[in-house]
Design a binder for this molecule. Structure first.
Ligand code: NAD
Length: 271
């Protein structure tokens, strides 16, 4: 594996939501490996967040765990305030926290719908908005990064692939697509870049039930032409690159990292 370049994100402050588990941990660790100081947000899993901080510190990085429910405006604002008090500003926000509450459409309660929209969509809106407010308040720092700030949404292949039994989740990710693109359009004149990462199947707790028997794993692999489930580190590496100046001319894009899941694999031998 190539050695991370500690200069790529040197002197930058990053905030990663839902960094107590899964993809968020890998993103936080990768950003730190590339030189950023990282705020490790968690909703309730303090142990997980402490473990992420410990991993970053053991590698010589800087990290701080902050509790906040991303669906609550006051908690998100308090988290950004605490971040700015501790580090002075923030340059990179990765709105990663998300969850699934699955139900058949006709059985889905309003509470199940609302919970997923609140965390996955409203939570990203709140974090993007607070990040953008801080980037604009602080202004450009060309000696640190060509962009005034970088916002990264954790979307999903389900921003384009419909998903029966998960309409709340798919609707939240479809919403993230237009949240990201419209925000990118509005903030580009401020030199703020806004992009999404859309993972396919990545081995994390969120989809454990789809992988817990060999048969289920085999069925999952039929959806993945590249024939492997993704690692959280795959997403972490992409996030670090997307936040860096190497990706400075990219804004308003969803980058799918899915082993080909969005290539309609059912058509591979059925055209
Ligand atoms: P995960 O369950 O391991 O992590 C989700 C994280 O979000 C957890 O740390 C959880 O505590 C946190 N969280 C949930 N609600 C929160 C809240 N209200 N406030 C703050 N934090 C909260 O799952 P993951 O796979 O790492 O998911 C991370 C993101 O990646 C999600 O947005 C998910 O939709 C997306 N994603 C995952 C996959 C996959 O295959 N794993 C695929 C596509 C998209």
């Amino acid at each position: 594996m190539p050695t991370p370049d500690p200069r790529r994100l040197a002197n930058q402050i990053a905030l990663v939501t839902g960094a107590s588990s899964g993809i968020g941990v890998a993103v936080a660790v990768a950003l730190a490996a590339h030189g950023a100081s990282v705020v490790v947000n968690y909703g309730h899993d303090e142990e997980g967040a402490k473990a992420t901080v410990a991993t970053i510190e053991a590698a010589g990085g800087t990290a701080l765990a902050i509790k906040a429910d991303v669906s609550k405006e006051d908690e998100v604002q308090a988290m950004f305030k605490q971040t700015i008090e501790r580090f002075g500003t923030v340059h990179i926000v990765v709105a990663n926290a998300g969850l699934q509450v699955d139900a058949k459409f006709v059985d889905m309660t309003l509470a199940q719908w609302q919970k997923v929209i609140d965390v996955n969509l409203t939570g990203q809106f709140l974090c993007l908005r607070e990040g953008a407010r801080e980037f604009i308040r602080r202004g450009e720092q060309p000696e640190i990064s060509r962009a005034t700030g970088k916002l990264i949404c954790m979307s999903s292949v389900h921003e384009v692939i419909p998903w029966a039994g998960h309409v709340n989740y798919a609707a939240s990710k479809g919403g993230i697509m237009q949240l990201m693109k419209s925000t990118a359009q509005e903030l580009a004149p401020h030199k703020i870049r806004v992009n999404s990462i859309a993972p396919g199947a990545i081995a994390t707790p969120i989809n454990l039930s789809a992988r817990d028997t060999p048969e289920e794993e085999k069925a999952l692999l039929t959806l993945i032409p590249y024939n492997r489930v993704g690692d959280p580190a795959d997403i972490g590496n992409l996030a670090a690159w997307l936040a860096s100046d190497e990706a400075d001319y990219i804004t308003g894009q969803t980058i799918f990292m899915d082993g080909g899941m969005t290539l309609y694999p059912g058509f591979a031998d059925n055209g």
